[in-house]
Design a protein around this ligand. Structure first.
Ligand SMILES: *Cc1c(COP(=O)(O)O)cnc(C)c1O
Length: 421
């Protein structure tokens, strides 16, 4: 459930008509619902009730400061994948001891920044990284808490670009080598292995792959303990999928996911961390856009909207489906019409949907791309010199621009021209 519903024939974001936001902020614009963000965070928090746990929001999915503060104040930790994300989380008031640092390519500079600022743990993904971290921490006179990310070689049954838990993927160390790697970690003075990390992919729509991975983690926990390692923390990653299409079967709920965790690793007495991104942010945001032209082609009609692939790249990059709905509620029993829905960018890849069944629309009409809160604004660019898409946060009947649209001057003035040109 989310808070983008029709009321009196108008699509609302909580208690604010989207048409009002379009009039005041312009389009395209991302609109997020605070109530939905908080609700999704709490669903995970409640799903792990009874276990010592921390829900770390995977902020690469949506990293606006206002959103981080909202979730951080509600008790969320953050999963960061760069020093930039670490700094953003800290700037939003999230304490270091609630931040976990993931990613295959952390630089020494990034390690230094996190160690100096305070960090809950590093999720280390290779032995060279382990050695680098040990050196950086030793130089600072500290011991860095780590988990080692293991690759359990399970098929997450998701899009190839976002599957991360198969042996051919670049992530983690093969679980078959884990005992050697933990023995290596134990010999390094600047790190202390306190747990195990796993993340098998994103947009998972079944629980079986999680269960398979977590069983392997449970077995590994026992093996490592037998080897003398103190394993007290399990980071189980993110990846739970969301329903992108209304008429599709809904993916599992956080509560059922929590049961899988309880069933597979609950008996180990470990502190549990999870790193959901998409499920917290995805359905908490829409991309609001306006029809520029309706163009009749030879065998189809094109709806040319003012949002483009630079604003929302998921359809171009992952063949992703987004439900697209008019802001004015269609009359019951309306005659549907098929449109190709496209943006203004000069690439055929800038196509959001083909042959999409919609009510008849006209120039100036507003439409919303649903489920755009995660991996939407964060992946936006200024390709084609289209100013970066702005973001709005709604709570009840209030809304605020949480990232303004740059002016053309601001966009251009970030470049500098050397005097010798
Ligand atoms: C991307 C990522 C996540 C979040 O995945 P979602 O599918 O958005 O829940 C969590 N952990 C790691 C390490 C990631 O790379």
């Amino acid at each position: 459930m989310d808070h983008f519903l029709y009321r009196d024939g108008q699509l609302m974001a909580e208690d604010v008509p989207l048409a009002q936001i379009a009039a005041e902020v312009g389009t395209p614009v991302y609109v997020y619902s605070a109530a939905t963000l908080l609700r999704h965070f709490r669903l995970f928090d409640e799903a792990l009730a009874g276990m010592d746990h921390l829900v770390c929001f995977a902020m690469k999915s949506l990293s606006n400061q206002a959103v981080l503060k909202l979730l951080g104040d509600a008790g969320a930790g953050m999963d960061v994948v760069s020093a930039g994300e670490y700094m953003r989380a800290r700037a939003a008031g999230v304490p270091g001891d609630r931040i976990v640092f993931s990613g295959v390519g952390k630089t020494r500079e990034e390690m230094r920044i996190a160690l100096t600022g305070g960090i809950r743990q590093f999720n280390v993904e290779s032995e060279p990284e382990m050695e680098a971290l040990s050196e950086v921490a030793s130089a600072l006179g500290v011991v860095a808490p780590i988990t080692v990310r293991v690759n359990p070689d399970v098929d997450a049954k998701t899009h190839a670009k976002i599957a991360t838990g198969k042996s051919e993927n670049k992530f983690g160390i093969p679980i078959s080598r884990a005992r050697e790697v933990y023995a290596h970690a134990a010999r390094l003075p600047g790190i202390k292995a306190i747990g195990i990390d796993v993340h098998i992919g994103s947009q998972l729509t079944e629980l079986d792959p999680f269960e398979a991975a977590y069983r392997k983690v449970a077995d590994l926990t026992e093996a490592l303990r037998a080897d003398g390692h103190e394993i007290t923390r399990l980071d189980l990653g993110g990846g739970l999928g969301i329903p992108y299409a209304r008429d599709n079967q809904a993916p599992p709920l956080p509560l059922d996911y929590g049961d899988v965790i309880r069933k597979t690793v609950g008996h180990l007495g470990c502190e549990i961390e999870i790193e959901p991104g998409r499920l917290i942010a995805g359905n908490a945001g829409i991309l609001l856009t306006q029809v520029i032209y309706v163009k009749s082609g030879e065998d189809r009609d094109f709806l040319i909207v003012d949002a483009a692939m630079n604003d929302l790249i998921r359809p171009a990059m992952y063949e992703a489906h987004h439900d697209i709905v008019p802001v004015v509620e269609p009359a019951p029993g309306f005659e549907p019409h098929a449109y190709d829905i496209v943006g203004p960018v000069c690439e055929t890849g800038d196509t959001f949907a083909r042959g999409r069944s919609m009510p008849r629309l006209a120039q100036g009409d507003l439409v919303a791309f649903r489920s755009s809160g995660a991996y939407g604004a964060v992946m936006a660019s200024e390709y084609n010199s289209r100013p970066l898409v702005p973001e709005v946060l709604v709570s009840g009947d209030q809304f605020a621009v949480i990232r303004p649209r740059p002016t053309y001057e601001e966009m251009i003035s970030r470049d500098t021209v050397p005097e010798w040109v």
